[in-house]
Design a protein around this ligand. Structure first.
Ligand code: PMP
Ligand code: GLU
Length: 407
């Protein structure tokens, strides 16, 4: 794909890079709204809540107190200690502040972890559907993505046998993401233990566990951290951040917990990229991790209500099927029964991309096409239900009315 026409030189690496589909839909909705269009956006993967006041105040206080200078690259020691305490207490991960690097979002943590892990000819196993940014990040680090498709009928979850079947001499890492973006489903602790048991004998394989949605769960399934498993802990890198649980997407704060000195390598890389994150934000991390449980619970409850509302509305639509969400704030319906048909506005629907385009143009509802979430995402679109019940109801009413005219 050519995205840039010289005169100025642009690396092939970046020419070949696909823009983030999730951010593209979010930006498009913003543009259309600014033009005055009455669009309902199910694109943005971010909580609609504001950051709790006590967390904002902590940053304001730190700023006014003069925390405006460079800080240690992996993060202010107090904030790293608060993260290590949280991981030991809540996740059963044996770590100290030395194992933690605080990064510019979970996204940057993942990017750096992959840069630190891969030399260029390795494979990274990704159960799919999976977040759109894993593939580009793996490929930018020179790696090859090996997708393992999780079927709709088993909540998009893969089996240990499927995992075993794709492990090769070149496998360097496996990325797990439970609760999952875009599936909105999660693995049970036993299911994760069974997958871990497949990886365990392969000593050169690192597990990357992206636990960014750990607090947004509502299906009766417990969150489980792979880094708590004694037999695997020395090869698990846990990635998390403040964005989702504390409604802090715009702050850009994430972290990685990595054993055996690996955190020092991430920090070495970060020292040549971004240095420390914004200095007065460290106090907000400590406040969020130690003093925000009630707010987190209030938001979790809201996501639980919305999940059940949207699942009911979507599964009542003609020809649409999808599992019940149990975590995160996404639902990933199969809309392929529309393929080969025409939209009410006369467009041919032959993919999730043309489905999403027609829906936006004709019904003023934005969803993310499933293509970039993996090969098995082609039959799906993603809806983020991080918005009010009223918007969910109105958006689903529009989709339903539009779908009934697809023929
Ligand atoms: N992992 C997953 C699965 C995500 O959906 C996101 C959301 N962007 C991230 C990581 C990173 O989020 P952030 O950079 O805001 O911490
Ligand atoms: N993770 C969110 C999403 O999937 C935020 C956008 C992004 O970084 O991809 O929509």
């Amino acid at each position: 794909m050519k995205t840039y026409d010289p005169p100025m030189r642009l690396s092939r690496r970046v020419q070949n890079l696909k823009p983030s589909a999730t951010l593209a839909v979010t930006a498009r909705v913003r543009e259309l709204k600014a033009e005055g269009r009455d669009v309902i956006g199910f694109g943005a993967g971010e909580p609609d809540f504001g950051t709790p006041d006590n967390i904002r105040q902590a940053a304001i206080d730190a700023l006014l107190a003069g925390q405006t200078h460079y800080m240690p690259v992996p993060g202010e020691p107090g904030a790293r200690t608060a993260i290590a305490d949280k991981l030991r207490r809540e996740n059963g991960i044996e770590c100290t502040a030395d194992d933690i690097v605080i990064t510019v979002g979970g996204k940057h943590a993942l990017y750096m972890v992959l840069q630190c892990l891969l030399d260029g000819d390795e494979e990274v196993v990704v159960p799919t559907p999976a977040w759109v940014s894993y593939r580009p990040m793996i490929e930018l680090a020179g790696g090859t993505v090996v997708e393992v498709p999780g079927p709709v009928d088993s909540d998009f979850k893969i089996t240990p046998a499927q995992l075993e079947a794709v492990i090769s001499d070149r496998t360097a890492a496996v990325i797990f993401n439970s609760p999952s973006n875009p599936c909105g489903t999660m693995y049970s602790p036993d299911e994760l233990r069974a997958l871990a048991a497949v990886v365990e004998p392969h000593e050169r394989i690192t597990v990357i566990s992206d636990e960014i949605y750990e607090k947004i769960i509502y299906g009766g399934i417990e969150h489980f951290s792979l880094g708590s498993l004694a037999g695997l802990a020395d090869r698990v890198i846990t990635v998390n951040g403040m964005s989702k649980a504390y409604a802090m997407t715009g702050w850009r704060i994430g972290y990685a917990s990595a054993p055996g000195g690996f955190a020092k390598s991430i920090a070495k890389l970060q020292g040549q990229m971004t240095s420390n994150i914004t200095s007065f934000c460290y106090a907000a991390i400590v406040e969020a991790l130690t003093n925000s449980a009630a707010e987190v619970e209030r938001m979790r409850q809201a996501f639980a209500d919305r999940a059940s509302l949207i699942h009911g509305l979507i599964t009542a639509m003609p020809g649409v099927r999808c599992p019940r969400p149990t975590g995160a704030f996404y639902i990933f319906p199969d809309i392929s029964s529309c393929f080969g048909k025409r939209s009410p506005g006369g467009r041919t629907i032959d993919s999730s991309v043309t489905f999403a385009e027609a829906l936006l143009e004709e019904a003023n509802v934005a969803v993310v096409p499933g293509e970039d979430f993996g090969e098995c995402g082609h039959h799906h679109v993603r809806l983020s239900f991080a918005c009010s019940n009223e918007l969910i109801e109105e958006g689903c009413r529009r989709i339903d009315a539009w779908l009934r005219q697809v023929s």
